[in-house]
Design a protein around this ligand. Structure first.
Ligand code: ADP
Ligand code: MG
Length: 679
């Protein structure tokens, strides 16, 4: 049988069972073999009876010294309770065993014979006992006693034993295929697929389990990396007409400042992609405020001069609007027509706008993510720019690739990403790094304070307002919660307005508000109609209010470091000195160390590395969708060394040319079956 065969081919798996397995994502024998335990129970420790401890499960070898006695205790209206009792002993002591409703299995125990048991001692000073221990004859231990027991993720109707039996049956019916090339296995000292899978499902020792795990993690990262490398290679083959890239001076001349060298370099790299005749896939990475928008604008300018349309996608409507407000006047002077398409427009407005876009009336269309997913058609789409989002994952990039047109793709990443994560998230992209801030930028002084500073903090906010500067206050929640004592934006805004700062103008902004409302508040704040904006992390991304000089983050311990760094990036954008105050009463030393690290550095990349180490990749991007693939066994934060090795090996494999057939097949499965449909 092959790994691709349905699990229905296994004995004792009919349609009903198969449905239960399907709930766990298991349809084929291969799925089953690669359904890894979520944990293990170490049953290797063997103790004498006298050393067993209460509530500590353990194995012991003992002889049955009494004939098992079964009593039936009638229960009115129910099945009778069967109680089987017997006594076992070793040279250190005796122990009473009780089995409930297990007369059949307990009946296998024979007086005078010796068995290996696994169970948990219960009892007190009156005496010890054990109920329903598992046992095996002494000459046949190793599958439930004296073993490292796999614990599988379960679903109602399927217990651990059922899954384990199915896994064993799968092993008996098919041999797992080896997808790693021999040379790769040798180079990195990896065990073969068959023994790795055996060991992961029933480890013979802790060391063997570690080896198996390393090999399977490697395989997972490796396959993924090969797939990325292939996507990247495929993008290169289709030819697109090269762009004319002269005449950028008109754009540079329209700017009110000089571009930084890093910005120029990034633009040059983009223009060189445009000239190459191959579709660009480029990531521009740079710390908050380094001026990525202007790099994107330069790219859009060049596309427009080549009579191609650009779609610029922002993660929020606020940000889309801000891009539009900033770019439209700039481009107006150059004869480039911009428009904004957002979810808060009426259906009728959208219809009209879409029609105009399809007719090619606009060169630059700015909107949210929905620009690509909704029914927007372009007359001549040449460039897609995704700003500030991690959500534009491999899946969306692959989808874009499979569309008829081959637009150039430019992704702007606001969060500096640790190299290892970047390899997984963006392994199929070329990368430009903007490692320089525009001149005159302030470093933001950051402080960690607790509630004792509340009064001083309030005074400080008042002082900013007196100096005609504005303050952001970020809260972790929107509404009051009964279970958690977090500052909620709604409640806190009310308190500040009514009691703390009755003379200041306080506004509230949060993610549940309608697009139009958010936009109106945001632009009012930008126009200095408010002194204080209390909000949730909706302001995290991109929003530009140069007059804001103070960022206060309440319950700062609830945020990731990178997220806090993003928030801090909202200020220090103007001339005046800016401050970020992290408020947290959390006493946990690790937490305080984490927050203090943020006070000590402004280097986004260092913060990102730190954050990844401390919080793991799942939390890395905060609560936002992050576009990371869900690996079965690999952990991006913990298995970085393996990840790097796998990446390195994958690169070489793809460079060497044709993939070995087994590898090719597993890569294709990955590409097709939605593992790339990241979140
Ligand atoms: P980010 O990289 O975080 O997206 P933005 O593109 O929003 O940064 O730029 C931040 C601010 O810096 C904007 O107000 C922008 O106009 C300004 N800016 C960009 N490039 C320069 C530059 N070379 N010199 C001065 N100001 C610049
Ligand atoms: Mg930006």
């Amino acid at each position: 049988m092959a790994q691709t065969d349905s699990i229905r081919t296994l004995p004792r798996i009919g349609p009903k069972r198969a449905e239960l397995f399907a709930r766990l994502g298991i349809e084929t024998l291969g799925d089953l073999l690669h359904f890894y335990p979520r944990a293990y129970e170490d049953r290797t420790q063997l103790l004498p009876i006298a050393s067993l401890e209460v509530d500590q499960p353990a194995c012991f070898i003992a002889s049955v010294v009494t004939t098992p006695q079964t009593h039936r205790i009638p229960k009115p209206g129910q099945r009778a309770l069967e109680v089987t009792k017997l006594t076992v002993a070793d040279h250190t002591g005796r122990l009473h065993l009780t089995f409930f409703n297990a007369a059949y299995s307990a009946g296998k125990l024979e007086r005078g014979e010796t068995y290996c048991f696994y169970g948990t001692l219960t009892g007190d000073y009156l005496g010890y006992a054990m109920t329903n221990p598992l046992f095996e004859p002494l000459d046949a231990t190793g599958s439930i006693t004296r073993c490292i027991m796999p614990i599988y993720p379960l679903t109602a109707g399927l217990n651990n034993k059922a899954i384990q039996q199915a896994v064993f049956a799968a092993f008996a019916h098919c041999t797992p295929t080896e997808t790693l090339p021999e040379a790769v296995r040798e180079e990195y000292g990896l065990c073969d697929a068959v023994s790795a899978l055996h060991e992961i499902h029933l480890p013979s020792s802790a060391e063997a389990l570690d080896e198996a795990r390393r090999r399977l993690i490697f395989e997972e990262f490796y396959t993924f990396s090969v797939a990325l490398a292939l996507i990247r290679a495929r993008r290169g083959v289709r030819a697109v007409p090269p762009y004319e890239t002269d005449g950028m001076e008109e754009f540079y001349g329209a700017l009110s400042f000089f571009l930084t060298n890093a910005q120029k370099r990034a633009i040059e790299e983009i223009l060189s992609d445009f000239r190459s005749g191959k579709p660009m896939s480029r990531l521009v990475q740079g710390d908050v405020g380094c001026g990525k928008t202007m790099v994107a604008a330069a790219a859009a300018f060049c596309a427009a001069k080549n009579h191609r349309q650009t779609a610029l996608m922002a993660p929020t409507e606020i940000l889309a609007k801000q891009h539009f407000d900033r770019l439209a006047p700039l481009f107006d002077g150059c004869g480039i027509r911009c428009t904004l398409l957002t979810g808060s427009m009426t259906p009728q407005q959208k219809l009209v706008r879409r029609k105009e876009i399809a007719e090619g009336r606009y060169d630059l269309v700015i909107g949210t993510h929905a620009l690509l997913t909704e029914a927007t058609t372009f007359q001549n789409l040449g460039l897609v720019i995704a700003d500030e989002q991690h959500r534009f994952g491999v899946a969306q990039r692959a989808a874009l690739l499979s569309k008829g047109e081959q637009p150039h793709l430019l992704i702007m990443s606001a969060t500096p990403i640790p190299r290892t994560l970047a390899l997984i998230l963006y392994g199929d992209l070329d990368v430009s790094v903007i490692d320089e801030l525009p001149p005159g930028r302030q470093t933001v002084d950051t402080f960690l304070v607790d509630e004792r500073y509340r009064k001083r903090l309030n005074d400080f906010i008042r002082k900013q307002a007196e100096e005609q500067h504005q303050t952001f206050i970020v809260c972790p929640a929107i509404e009051e919660s009964e279970t958690e004592s977090l500052k909620s934006a709604e409640q806190w805004a009310r308190t500040l307005k009514d009691y703390v700062f009755p003379n200041l103008r306080v506004a509230l902004l949060h993610g549940k508000m309608k697009g139009a409302e958010k936009e109106q508040i945001m632009s009012a704040f930008a126009a200095h109609k408010y002194d204080i904006l209390v909000s949730t992390t909706v302001i995290e991304v991109g929003v530009d209010v140069p007059n804001a000089t103070l960022m206060v983050v309440e319950n700062a311990d609830r945020f990731g470091l990178s997220q806090l760094h993003q928030l801090r990036g909202r200020i220090g954008r103007g001339e005046a000195k800016s401050y970020c105050i992290l408020v947290s009463d959390n006493k946990n030393e690790e937490t305080r160390a984490r927050l203090k690290a943020l006070c000590a550095t402004n280097d986004g990349f260092r913060i990102a590395e730190e954050d990844l180490k401390l919080r793991g990749p799942g939390d890395f991007f905060g609560s936002r969708q992050h576009g990371l693939p869900a690996f079965r066994i690999g952990n991006l934060a913990q298995n970085m060394t393996v990840l790097e090795q796998a990446q390195e090996a994958a690169k070489r494999t793809v460079a060497e040319g044709a993939l070995p057939p087994n590898l090719k097949e597993s890569v294709n499965v990955l590409l097709q079956n939605g593992e790339f449909a990241l979140n």
